[in-house]
Design a binder for this molecule. Structure first.
Ligand SMILES: *[C@@H]1O[C@H](CO)[C@@H](O)[C@H](O)[C@H]1NC(C)=O
Ligand SMILES: *[C@@H]1O[C@H](CO)[C@@H](O)[C@H](O)[C@H]1NC(C)=O
Ligand SMILES: *[C@@H]1O[C@H](CO)[C@@H](O)[C@H](O)[C@H]1NC(C)=O
Length: 457
């Protein structure tokens, strides 16, 4: 029970008016007078309602403003983008297309419409709008200028430019003596240039330690084996294995359809696939060996007087005493003899009889050469210029017996390489270097110049 005095004090502090009396039974009577209008209930109710309405309206307005804000951001970005594109077009009106111009016009209209919408709903004195309006004006002006650019003139310019380009290409082709003859054709003046190296991938062993090897395509494929690739590689300079791939894709996937190992051993790695035979220097002899890629049967022939056992190997690698090469005329072996004092000797092989048909002796010391190959009866020898550049520096023509020093440099990917051979079936040079398959396209000189360069404007 609350004591009367305390109750009185409480009432006194909060209410307008109060009195305490004692009735006839001696009981305290507490009288509190509350003014009827002290608390404006009605007003409060109204206020409440209004407040709810206002906050609702505010919410609506806020969301509207937020909507405009995000639109404004998007359109400002679009405007920036528009400006950049118009600038690009102004730099080079030739690049302008009808479609781009149409798109630009549509986008500018959209931006303009938004500006109008915003202006109607929000205070227009905002500085943001003034900047936006100025930007729109600028973009529109630029666009008008672009539109006034004579379209026919643009087209004509473009056509003229294309013609000029074509003239330049043709002129360059006429001046450039390089060309690619038909496969098998020797109607050219020899090698004129070598392309940049194409690095195919790490060889089948996926190991840079397999330094010694070779790869390529059969240089005179049997019907049905035109797409076949071969690879042979090892960690030391011996012929040790042979992988055959049905096509380029399977070479890349390292999915051989045939694989020989240990059935035979040979010296060196400058071997070749020719007419479904794999040719190499029989192990520990000066003999020629070939293996039938279908039956694995091995045949052997003596290569008269040939030096072997690393006697006159190439400067690029040891034990490369025999270098087999194929060209448009057939199969060759490049080696040296004691009688030639280590100078290069070249023999044409009759593949039917598997015998030496004819021999030529050059005046180039075999150990000076990093590698050699044959093209159309001409022997080409290379040497290292530096770590990155190799050079075809010497050639010997078996038709004339003439030899000469030349300079056709080409790029190497890696410093050392063991194998380099030309394939007449695709006019490419195949290289094996640091475990990688690499090839080059060969460019040829035109035989005679029946070229008449005429310039016109
Ligand atoms: C409009 O173009 C003029 C002249 O190129 C330039 O000075 C001005 O800054 C541009 N205004 C806007 C908002 O980009
Ligand atoms: C030879 O080929 C290389 C590599 O493609 C190229 O850079 C060079 O300009 C060519 N040289 C000539 C004389 O055509
Ligand atoms: C390999 O042997 C097969 C079967 O005896 C034979 O048909 C083929 O002519 C031989 N030579 C080559 C190069 O395949």
């Amino acid at each position: 029970m609350v004591p009367a005095l305390l109750l009185f004090a409480l009432l006194r502090s909060t209410l307008t008016w109060a009195s305490v009396d004692v009735d006839n039974k001696g009981q305290c009577l507490c009288n509190v007078l509350l003014p009827a209008t002290t608390f404006p209930t009605h007003t409060m109710d109204r206020l409440d309602q209004t407040s709810v309405q206002i906050s609702h309206t505010l919410e609506l307005e806020t969301s509207k403003v937020q909507g405009y804000e995000s639109k404004l951001i998007i359109y400002t970005e679009r405007l920036e983008n528009l400006k950049l594109r118009v600038e690009e077009m102004e730099k080079d009106p030739n690049k302008m297309t009808e479609l781009e111009l149409e798109n630009l016009k549509i986008e500018i209209k959209q931006v303009e419409a938004l500006i109008a919408e915003l202006r109607g709903s929000v205070q227009t004195s905002s500085p943001t709008f003034h900047i936006l309006q100025a930007e729109i004006h600028n973009v529109t002006t630029s666009l008008t200028q672009l539109e006034s650019y004579d379209k026919n003139k643009v087209l004509e310019l473009r056509r003229k430019y294309a013609e000029l380009q074509q003239d330049i290409v043709e002129c360059e082709e006429l001046q450039d003596e390089s060309f690619t003859p038909e496969i098998g054709s020797c109607n050219h003046g020899g090698i004129s240039n070598i392309s940049m190296p194409y690095i195919v991938q790490l060889g089948a062993h996926v190991n840079e330690g397999y330094l010694y090897g070779g790869w390529g395509r059969d240089s005179k494929p049997k019907p049905g084996f035109e797409e076949m690739y071969w690879y042979s590689g090892y960690t030391s300079p011996y012929t040790y294995n042979l992988y055959l791939y049905s096509d380029y894709t399977n070479l890349l996937l390292r999915q051989q359809f045939k694989y020989f190992v240990n059935d035979y051993k040979g010296y060196g790695n400058n071997n070749i696939m020719h007419g479904n035979y794999y040719y190499y220097n029989c192990y520990n002899t000066g003999n020629l060996c070939r293996i039938n890629a279908t039956t694995f049967a091995v045949e052997t022939r003596v290569l008269p007087d040939a030096a072997w056992n690393n006697k006159f190997s190439y400067s690029s690698a040891t034990y490369q005493d025999f270098d087999f090469a194929a060209d448009e005329n057939g199969l060759w072996v490049i080696y040296a003899t004691e009688a030639s004092k280590g100078n290069m000797v070249l023999s044409k092989i009759n593949v039917d009889a598997f015998s030496v048909e004819q021999t030529w002796v050059t005046n180039i010391f075999r150990r000076r050469v990093s590698n050699a190959f044959m093209v159309c009866g001409v022997l080409y020898a290379t040497r290292q210029i530096n770590l990155n550049i190799e050079e075809i520096f010497y050639k010997y023509d078996t038709k004339t017996g003439k030899e000469s020093y030349i300079s056709i440099p080409f790029n190497k990917q890696y410093e050392g390489f063991v194998y380099l051979d030309y394939n007449p079936a695709d006019q490419r040079l195949y290289m094996y270097s640091k475990g990688y398959y690499i090839y080059y396209n060969v460019k040829f000189q035109k035989l005679q110049q029946q070229v008449e360069v005429s310039m016109y404007s």
